[in-house]
Ligand binder design. Structure first.
Ligand code: ADE
Ligand code: ZN
Length: 309
């Protein structure tokens, strides 16, 4: 299998229905159903928000260090089986803090899993943009005692209405701490969100970024500065950012000379892990081995912290 790095992966989005049920039983949490197929049957989404509603609801089963350890360990195993040699993994601390799960528990479980996982891997702390910039700054300050456990910060959750410019201060603080910077932009939001992420947050990679293609000047900038884009094709289809895989703009992005990478985003919800995304591009879009090899090379070039075995 083609070696690759995965750079856009929410660890909470790897929570498979089987693990939802197992952790609910372990933590004595009541669920609307304990039938994994019934849980999976809910995974039909009209847009990003309808997915986020289910994503935040399911992660309520994550309570203990052991839960976070098991979650990340399961992901690393699956990723290794899909040819992943290096993973830069997002996590959403505010989604756990707001449920009363302390940072110590989240970092404890995730860091231990990465240490034991046998793969080059690192964590990126994401701010939930719909909880606003003040809370983002609070969570960054609370995470600074764990500074050596994560390599960067990101920006995720509901995009439209929460432009990157709101988060200038917290990204400035992160930069001063030597943290790497990424942001979701141009998934549902327009090219203006991508411009702001570059100019105001000084991001080093753009997560999704598919709508950047609507603005030729922006495409020229991304190409000239070799700013990588972490594209998630199956996610875009399942969240209806694109009508179908056959309509996906990814081949055109590659033809434009952009540093495109392919990633799984929230694989437990979108029908495939990272190599399933590569295979779908071959099957549905006729992308060639040469093109897919180029994308896999980009994934290593775009990584912040790859440590070859
Ligand atoms: N959180 C998890 N997956 C996400 C996505 N695709 N966009 C924004 N926030 C997310
Ligand atoms: Zn994402």
């Amino acid at each position: 299998m083609r070696p690759k790095a995965e750079l856009h992966l929410h660890i909470e989005g790897t929570l498979e229905p089987e693990l939802v049920v197992e952790l609910a039983r372990r933590n004595r949490i009541d669920l609307p159903t304990f039938d994994v197929e019934a849980i999976r049957a809910r995974y039909s989404f009209a847009n990003l928000q309808s997915f986020l509603d289910v994503y935040y609801e399911n992660m309520a089963v994550l309570r203990t260090e052991e839960d976070f350890y098991d979650l990340a360990t399961a992901y690393l195993r699956r990723a290794a089986a899909q040819g992943v040699r290096h993973a830069e993994i997002f996590f959403d601390p505010q989604a756990h803090l707001s449920r009363g799960v302390p940072l110590e528990v989240v970092f404890g479980g995730l860091s231990a899993a990465l240490k034991d996982g046998g793969m080059s891997a690192a964590l990126i702390l994401c701010f939930l943009r719909d909880r606003g910039p003040e809370e983002a700054e609070e969570v960054l300050r609370a995470a600074l005692p764990y500074r050596e456990r994560f390599i960067g910060v990101g920006l995720d959750s509901a995009e439209v209405g929460y432009p990157p410019s709101l988060f200038r201060r917290v990204f400035d603080i992160a930069a001063a701490e030597g943290l790497r910077r990424v942001a979701h932009a141009g998934e549902e939001g327009g090219p203006d969100y991508v411009w702001e992420a570059l100019d105001i947050l000084r991001v080093e990679r753009v997560d999704h970024g598919i709508r950047a293609m609507e603005d030729p000047q922006l495409v020229a900038r991304l190409r000239a500065e070799r700013i990588p884009l972490t594209v998630c094709p199956l996610s875009n289809v399942r969240l209806r950012a694109v009508p179908s895989l056959r309509d996906h703009i990814l081949p055109a992005m590659l033809d434009e000379g952009l540093v495109v990478t392919v990633n799984s985003d929230d694989p437990a919800y979108f029908g495939g892990y990272v190599d399933d995304n590569y295979e779908a591009l071959r099957r549905e879009l006729g992308m060639t081995d040469d093109q897919l090899d180029r994308i896999a090379r980009h994934s290593f070039e775009a990584s912040f912290a790859y440590e070859p075995a």
